[in-house]
Write a protein that binds this ligand. Structure first.
Ligand SMILES: Cc1cc2nc3c(=O)[nH]c(=O)nc-3n(C[C@H](O)[C@H](O)[C@H](O)COP(=O)(O)OP(=O)(O)OC[C@H]3O[C@@H](n4cnc5c(N)ncnc54)[C@H](O)[C@@H]3O)c2cc1C
Length: 490
């Protein structure tokens, strides 16, 4: 379509102030944190979107989506911009970014029915702060909590640090409203449960902007009892001991809000002041007094059962302090990028996978060994480790973390370092039947494995895309593998 037709179409729907064509902002919108180093070095190799638009209502979003659908304009929905897997990266020449900035209203906090309704652009921290005033909490605490917004949190199927008690976002969403490419507005009502056919919330939850634009969300809320919190920390001999204790706590039926084990290398980054070259196991028990006391007892019993693998217990205030400084503000995010540029190093790249209890340690050791033996730039690694941070009755996750010095042209960083590392992690995980993406989503940089991840069930995913986005205008290249994207991928 001609540029003139695009501008005229946008101006018919929005006012001038709602359309941003500032070149710096468009460059910023071309990629997310996946290519943060290349972006900061100004060597991004992807097209910039043509405009960022800021609708103020569902009606405007519906009109924008219809306009883009009719004219084959690629749409990238955007929230807090904390995406880590390329979900916000642009792979099309004709793209507009629909930013949720003006959808910023908390619509209702319903203390009796224990749910809150927000527009998609409400930051998680804003709702959390409002709830705390009345003794409630969202229970949702990803490290990006100060910045991430509800539309993005739901679209990426996010999970927070207290997930073992409260669940992931999928356990919190009661109902929602979303807009499909043909402009149809769908509202999923708020009920405590229903058996009304397949659970259609899951078409929107985790869709990463590839099927619909989420405009409103209703989530469960919980009573907040910070005065009852109990923290536990232990130095343990190895990852296996830590995973065994986590499993013991979970299968005994306890739900501490936090249950984690860190490898020695990863522990050094977080607990350098007390880890003494050992793995670190931590728990937090949260909730009403009776539940906290029972959970604390359950944790102590599980630790006692694996006593031979426990080196010592650490002062609980060290764990509490660490928790109080874990979240990232926008300033932390900006400072991290400055640090990367200054030092030509990448600190804290991650690939998070999941599997059942018996498989997780196998994946962990296979990955460690393959990276150390096969990765051609192993000498540039400054850290390689991992932690399990989200546990379930039948398994847990492993969050591989790797830091490296960047000794190549900035535009080659992903090809030389990240891609081979991520490939080893994903291959080892899929080989043993695990999932290659526990919580950051597929974005654009794990889509080469989407079909393998889903196997014969990929049929269902593909049919959803064909049904809801037949013209393929929603976030091209995200989740669904695309030939045309391969040139940007490595
Ligand atoms: C420091 C840091 C810590 C993090 N910690 C965690 C963590 O603990 N747990 C976790 O799960 N994730 C974490 N993440 C990843 C990220 O914060 C989450 O994926 C978050 O849910 C993204 O929300 P956002 O509002 O920033 O979305 P964005 O980054 O703006 O978008 C993310 C994706 O969702 C789509 N999207 C955004 N809004 C909508 C909408 N309204 N409708 C449809 N699609 C939409 C986008 O197109 C994109 O694909 C972290 C990221 C950072 C930078």
């Amino acid at each position: 379509m001609s540029a003139e037709k695009l501008w005229n179409g946008l101006r018919e729907i929005l006012s001038e102030g709602q359309i941003n064509t500032n070149p710096d902002d468009l460059y910023d919108a071309a990629a997310d944190r996946y290519k943060k180093y290349a972006k900061a070095r100004k060597v991004l190799d992807v097209p910039t979107p043509l405009a960022i638009v800021y609708p103020k209502s569902v009606e405007e979003i519906s009109k924008l989506m219809s306009f883009c659908n009719e004219n084959l304009i690629n749409v990238i929905p955007r929230g807090g911009k904390t995406a880590t897997e390329g979900g916000l990266e642009n792979w099309k020449e004709t793209t507009i970014v629909i930013d949720a900035e003006h959808l910023n209203q908390i619509i209702k906090i319903d203390e009796y029915n224990m749910q809150a309704t927000v527009q998609a652009g409400v930051p998680l921290q804003v709702l959390e702060d409002e709830l705390r005033k009345v003794g409630l909490t969202t229970g949702h605490s990803p490290q990006s909590k100060p910045v991430a917004k509800y539309g993005g949190l739901v679209a990426t199927r996010s999970i927070g640090q207290f997930s073992t008690l409260y669940g992931g976002i999928e356990d919190m969403v009661v109902g929602l409203e979303c807009v499909f490419p043909d402009g149809h507005v769908a509202r999923i009502k708020n009920v405590s449960r229903r058996a009304g056919g397949p659970d259609i919330r899951h078409i929107a939850i985790g869709n990463e902007g590839t099927l619909c634009y989420i405009t409103e969300v209703t989530v469960k809320v919980f009573r907040y009892y910070p005065e009852n919190n109990k923290f536990f920390g232990y130095l343990v001999k190895n990852i296996d001991t830590g995973v065994s204790v986590l499993r013991e706590v979970m299968v005994a039926g306890y739900r501490p809000s936090v249950a984690r084990v860190y490898s020695e290398e990863d522990a050094r980054q977080h607990f350098y002041h007390f880890y003494q070259d050992h793995c670190v196991l931590i728990f937090m028990a949260e909730g009403n007094k009776g539940i906290v006391e029972a959970t604390a007892k359950g944790i102590e019993e599980a630790v006692a059962k694996y006593q031979e693998g426990i080196i010592e217990q650490v002062d609980s205030t060290l764990i509490e302090d660490w928790f109080n400084h874990l979240n990232w503000s926008q300033q932390d995010i900006d400072d991290e990028i400055e640090g990367m540029i200054e030092n030509d190093s990448h600190a804290g790249f991650t690939t998070e996978i999941s599997a059942d209890w018996e498989t997780i340690p196998k994946i962990y050791y296979n990955v460690m060994s393959r990276i150390r033996n096969e990765f051609p730039r192993a000498h540039d690694l400054t850290m390689l480790g991992g932690h399990s941070s989200h546990s379930y009755i039948n398994g847990t996750n492993m969050y591989f973390v790797y830091n490296y010095s960047i000794n190549c042209a900035p535009e080659d960083e992903m090809r030389i370092y990240h891609h081979p590392l991520q490939t080893i992690i994903v291959e080892e995980t899929l080989k043993l039947g695990g999932s290659m993406c526990h919580h950051h989503g597929i974005g654009k940089y794990r889509n080469e494995w989407t079909k393998e991840e889903h196997g014969s069930a990929y049929y269902m995913l593909e049919k959803l895309k064909e049904a809801f986005d037949p013209n393929g205008i929603m976030n091209f290249g995200t989740i669904f593998p695309q030939e045309e994207g391969i040139k940007y991928q490595k």
